[in-house]
Design a protein around this ligand. Sequence first.
Ligand code: ATP
Length: 239
Amino acid sequence: ISESPFLRVRNLRAGYGPARVLQGVDLEVEEGEMVAVLGQNGAGKTTLLRALSGMVRGRGSVGLRGTELLGRAPEEVARRGVGHVPEGRGVFAPLTVEENLRVGAHLRPGSELAEDMRHVLSCFPVLRAHLSQPAGNLSGGERQMLAIGRALMARPRLLLLDEPSRGLAPLATRRLFDVLRAISTRERVAMIVVEQKTQLAAEFAARSLLMESGRLVTPGTAGASGDPSAPGARRWHGS
Ligand code: ATP
């Protein structure tokens, strides 16, 4: 029996009611690999992440280490190792930072709460000083770290990140991606990162893919028209 790839997506179709957004997405991701998904507004990037985490119904196949994820409830997909950090970094503002992190831990049965907390705070040391403060008091960058930290509490093997750089200053963005890269390489957590900042994505991700007409294509190849207005678009070619 040949070994299944870590994540294998085949002919994934999804949408909202009669509106079909994903028209047949094919994608393979290796353990610990960071893949960026680029594309214009409305192309379906967010829908792809939702379909992968079970938040919208998909058809086709999503295999994680050979196990089919399609048709499972979002909780169960999460329990199988898929963490989703939606756009807008939805943390619970009235809860403290620590309470927010504890919410993330309940998805992993038998989790070592203290150990997981230590692990997350080692990734994002800045959160330590704010543990007992309401999450609503955090800066945008800190809130994004908290949202990612909450997902990490469940010790995911695949992390889905929807525009983590949105609203962050360049320095905060860079720091965040440094941490993400460390987590993906050191702990072999695979990541699919939806990004508008194409140059950043090209710098940090192992591969960049373009969402176009509901499918994923490799930028600069036949079938990909590219987005000439996007900054850094030329870097795609030949890289
Ligand atoms: P953006 O960067 O603007 O979020 P995107 O590439 O992530 O773009 P999606 O959010 O996946 O795109 O949206 C793809 C299409 O699906 C768009 O036409 C959008 O209007 C539509 N859509 C998104 N969410 C819903 C929803 N909950 N109900 C109905 N249609 C939706």
